[in-house]
Ligand binder design. Sequence first.
Ligand code: FES
Length: 104
Amino acid sequence: MSDYFIAGNTIPVGERLRIENDGKKISIFNVDGTYHAILDACPHKQTAPLFRGTLEGETIQCPNHGFCFDLKTGECNKGPHLKAVIFHTREEDGKILIGPPKND
Ligand code: FES
């Protein structure tokens, strides 16, 4: 529990939030009431902000070259070498909490 930190206030369904913690940018998406958090640097070039990607269901599409990442697993449609870092999330007292990576 102590390895979770407060990322911010809860956001409405369909909205997104980008935060920075410990030098890492993390994008958080509320998909149908479930929070998903992903390291906000596309694994393809390490620079593109996934925050500005297109969200379709539980998949985020990178705004640069269109690679897609599963927000539940980090898996990329272009192969396992491009897996994104996904974080545990929880909601508590109107706040979004981010935990350790699920798949690091
Ligand atoms: S930088 Fe994201 S797909 Fe190329």
